[in-house]
Design a protein around this ligand. Structure first.
Ligand SMILES: NC(=O)c1cnc(N)c2cc(Br)sc12
Length: 318
């Protein structure tokens, strides 16, 4: 095949493979078999062997790329990755709501989301290309785990448009993957992980991306670190924007017109908890209006415009 045809075919394969990856890992609605996907990956790999300039960073063949690292580089977060204040009961939620309404002096809408029990990461994209991912660390300084995050199939290597942004999300290990991993570890007489969160943390901080790639990690993206210039003025719009750009967001999100609606919704979500294919440790409630979020601002370590309702610790049956 001549170079021009190879470039055209490689471009077509990028598009096809990215679409199939999106359908499988983000929509959970694959349109081709694994065998067909693998055949196309092999075809692209052969083209990249023949014409190395075709092996671009966002090529689907580059998900499990890097060698074994000695250690992780430090990354300074441009916007601090904060933690959330906690609420443990309805009264705490009503106190939160009263403080919010006193500060903004008007109607407040909330967005209610599941609090995923994984580990928080930041994902930086330049002109649509995934260029760096990092752990939360202490909120100001995290660790560069880009190579490991590239192995998470639900993290797009290229967005739908050439936008530059920093997204935040929670990497997690689905319950079924956690059970399978621990069965394997027991067979190999290795220490099993205590829970999916520890398994995800231990997997995403592997120095060898080939090990991380086998751990079937997943992600829900839930915010954009800096919304400047996007024209977005509500958190709910930011989530829709992230979804349109190709990120995996959690569909169990609802807008509520009052704290009473929030409390009712939390009761319903708590009943769903056991049937979810991933662990959650609470519910996140955020003021939807970004203008009101700006009015409310932050305490030393948490936003005043959000709270995490924590589920009571589950009784461990001994
Ligand atoms: N949807 C969300 O905002 C969300 C979900 N799950 C989490 N573990 C966290 C943590 C922070 Br901080 S926000 C958030």
């Amino acid at each position: 095949m001549d170079k021009q045809s190879a470039q055209e075919r490689a471009h077509a394969l990028h598009e096809l493979l990215n679409t199939y990856n999106y359908e499988y890992y983000i929509l959970d609605q694959p349109s081709v078999s694994d065998a067909e996907y693998d055949r196309l990956i092999q075809e692209l790999s052969k083209l990249e062997e023949e014409y190395p300039e075709l092996k671009t960073p966002d090529s689907p063949t580059q998900r499990v790329g890097g060698g074994v690292l000695e250690s992780f580089q430090k990354v300074e977060h441009r916007t601090p990755m904060l933690s959330l204040g906690n609420a443990f009961n309805d009264q705490d939620l009503r106190d939160f709501d009263r403080r919010v309404r006193q500060a903004v002096g008007g109607d407040v809408q909330y967005v209610v989301e599941l609090k995923i029990d994984g580990l928080a990461v930041s994902l930086r994209y330049e002109n649509g290309l995934f260029i760096q991912g990092a752990t939360r660390g202490d909120g100001t300084t995290g660790e560069d785990i880009t190579e490991n995050l590239k192995t998470v199939r639900s993290i797009p290597l290229r967005l739908k448009t050439d936008v530059s942004l920093e997204a935040r999300g929670e990497v997690f290990m689905p319950k079924a993957s956690f059970e399978r991993l621990n069965e394997l570890r027991l067979q190999l007489e290795e220490e099993p992980f205590a829970n999916p969160r520890n398994a995800a943390a231990g997997s995403i901080r592997q120095l060898d991306p080939k090990i991380a790639a086998k751990r079937n990690l997943d992600i829900f993206v839930y915010s954009i670190a800096d919304l400047g210039g996007t024209g977005i003025d509500r958190h709910s719009e930011a989530l829709d924007f992230l979804e349109k750009e190709g990120f995996k967001t959690n569909k169990e999100r609802r807008k509520c017109e009052s704290i009473d609606e929030v409390i009712t919704l939390i009761e319903n979500l708590q009943e769903k908890r056991a049937s979810l294919p991933y662990d959650i440790d609470g519910i996140v409630i955020k003021v939807d209006s970004l203008a009101q979020q700006d009015e409310l601002g932050f305490t030393a370590k948490s936003p005043r415009w959000a709270v995490a309702y924590k589920f009571p610790a589950e009784e461990v049956t001994t």
